[in-house]
Ligand binder design. Sequence first.
Ligand SMILES: O=C(CO)[C@H](O)[C@H](O)COP(=O)(O)O
Length: 236
Amino acid sequence: MSSLNDAKRRAAYKAVDENITSESKIIGIGSGSTVVYVIERILQRGNLANKECIFVPTSFQSRLLIIEGGLNLGDIDQYSEIDVTIDGADEVDENLNAIKGGGACHLREKVVAEAAKKFVIVADYSKKSSTLGEKWKQGVPIEVIPFAYALVIPSLKRLGCENPVLRMAKSKAGPVISDNGNLIVDADFGLIKKPKELLEKIKLLTGVVEVGLFVNMTRMVYFGNEDGKGKQYLFK
Ligand SMILES: O=C(CO)[C@H](O)[C@H](O)COP(=O)(O)O
């Protein structure tokens, strides 16, 4: 296994072991490659898989992971109070603010994170930074309704992003369509020293549904380390 995957797995296992307890009944499941290891660990711990836990997905991908794992699937409209949500991230700064949405799922991810008493991020060492924008060079993912994207792009330029890019699909001629039927614009703002301010400004643009900046939401981050030895935890 690559050191990166190994690091993802270590972070995910530790986060499950330390945050999903016998008290946890409703659990939010994020999206992405690291979350696959979250489900793997939950299944290994048969007591979690078999008992009456309900798992709330953040995407088509995590819905499938829950179903294929034979876990109890719930929806956010049935379970709007979640005990703990565990999700990946594209970058996390030293204040535990994060960029998310590399998989175009950040709208649902934010809903399920906000519904949780505790929001926990799992990531490999390459995601750790001191200031957002240092590591994730693709830009801030912004979910936009299709009708408005041509208007949102120049507005993002006025906010300081030189080249906002409509995210295109890799195996289809056309744009990435989110699970909500929307488009994703990736907007590189360089180093983001004031993520809350930027989030508020982007969110005010008409047609923007959600921004992949998770500010003041994360309680804990588990980073899997490169050396294969330890794990690094950051707590708020
Ligand atoms: O925000 C996300 C999807 O929208 C993912 O959590 C993020 O992209 C991290 O993914 P991975 O664990 O594959 O690195």
